[in-house]
Ligand binder design. Sequence first.
Ligand code: ATP
Length: 216
Amino acid sequence: MINETMKIPQATAKRLPLYYRFIQNLHASGKQRVSSAELSEAVKVDSATIRRDFSYFGALGKKGYGYNVNYLLTFFRKTLDQDELTKVALIGVGNLGTAFLNYNFLKNNNTKIACAFDVDPEKMGTLIGDVPILPMDNLEEYLSNENIPVAILTVPAPAAQIITDRLVKANVKGILNFTPARLNVPSSIRVHHIDLAVELQSLVYFLKHYPTEEIE
Ligand code: ATP
């Protein structure tokens, strides 16, 4: 089946969730149309880029009218698969993993952590929120039976690659890697790496060496 999103350039696709969140807010406040200038101000993307992005969505803004909010909302929902809940597994129920289990991802997007795995026998069989903590032995079988396409990795770095290899076998397509380890995966698997310690260090470095100009 040909997927509509395949025609959208990656740079545009990355801005989709940002547009979606803003359009949702507009819709909730009862607005029916929005101009590219208003959008530009709100999401901090220049209006020429917005017009080009939106032309990929088949949304043609009319001069003096702007874009139809309902049309955009329907498009984003469909394209981002917001009508379909994506189940996510979490591996490693430590401090960070527990925080994610308690965080309600459903509030902002249609993803839900459906299950979590850990090696610690004390954690197994318990629930955090409504999420069951399961033993690692069942990982592959459980994920493929339940058709879970995404995993969040919050284990210690030395365990990350071995678990990743098992996730690949279990048919997981995307991994959100919070460990400092760089993962090797086949080209069909997508890994997004978020190293919080590196991000924090980089922010502190930028503040010291590239101070932002005072605004007003
Ligand atoms: P965090 O790093 O999230 O702050 P922590 O300091 O509490 O967590 P870590 O040692 O980083 O603990 O381990 C994170 C979690 O990963 C723990 O719950 C631990 O039991 C689990 N864990 C460790 N090794 C594995 C493994 N091979 N497979 C699955 N889970 C593991």
